[in-house]
Design a binder for this molecule. Structure first.
Ligand code: DX5
Ligand code: ZN
Length: 240
């Protein structure tokens, strides 16, 4: 245990999961990038799906998720859907082999139905909260989510700065999860770096998305791998 502004003490440091966002990977060699980051110790592949409608950027879709599975990726794939509408793509991502599918409540006309669609497909379901999105969207669906994802930047781009207001929001969600007694992961996404991951963990997050910090943070001695940066994250998390 430590002193890093820590008001949350997870039972086990090994329950912390690191989820590199492939948004910042080299897309020309994506399969190898995913292999390398997993071999370096990452736990989950965070897969950002943007539609140039719900967010002002355009990225990758279910065909790329399926291609990673065919390439041999067996780690959990965490599909973060920044698309509107969401339901059609939920089916596609279930078929493509996603392990988690999260979506933004503002992008679904029927949040309960979208969550159910995901679980009916045998996939873990999650809701994503933008910095200004109220947590009231959780009120009637706590028992239908496996993951709550708090955005610590406004969605659409990698490489933005962490918004400190996320820390209080994380504490609030952590209380809600603990009070519910349910098995729900609390993920945070945006601006996570080696120098703030411990504070973010202390506020209650257990799953950490990091894009630029991982894929732009590779050290020369690691060649194509990401051992140093993943190890640095784990060392920081061990202080919590
Ligand atoms: C932003 C995406 C993030 C992004 C994080 O809309 O959801 O997953 O890739 O990138 P960094 O870690 O660079 O802020
Ligand atoms: Zn994301």
């Amino acid at each position: 245990m430590s002193n890093v502004n820590s008001d949350y003490a997870p039972g086990h440091a090994s329950d912390f999961k690191i989820a590199p966002s492939i948004l910042s990977a080299d897309f020309a060699r994506l399969g190898q990038e995913v292999d390398d980051v997993l071999a370096s110790g990452a736990d989950i592949v965070h897969f950002d799906v943007m539609d140039n409608h719900y967010v002002p950027n355009l990225t990758i879709g279910p065909m790329v998720c399926e291609a990673l599975r065919k390439h041999g990726v067996t780690a959990p794939i965490d599909a973060h859907l920044m698309v509107k509408p969401v339901d059609r793509l939920i089916g596609d991502f279930i078929d493509a082999g996603a392990s988690y599918i999260t979506f933004h409540p503002e992008a679904s006309e029927h949040i309960d139905r979208s969550l159910q669609l995901i679980r009916d497909g045998g996939v873990k379901a999650g809701l994503v909260f933008n910095p200004a999105t109220p947590l009231t969207y959780l009120d009637h669906v706590m028992d239908k989510v496996d993951m709550i994802l708090l955005m610590s930047v406004n969605p659409g781009f990698g490489g933005q700065s962490f918004l400190p207001s996320t820390l209080d929001k994380l504490r609030e969600v952590r209380s809600r999860i603990d009070a519910s007694g349910l098995d729900i992961r609390l993920e945070v996404d945006g601006g996570i770096k080696i120098d703030n991951i411990a504070e973010v963990a202390g506020a209650g997050a257990d799953t950490f998305v990091a894009g630029s910090a991982v894929f732009k943070g590779r050290r020369e001695e690691d060649a194509h791998r990401y051992d140093s940066v993943i190890r640095a994250f784990r060392n920081e998390l061990a202080k919590v």
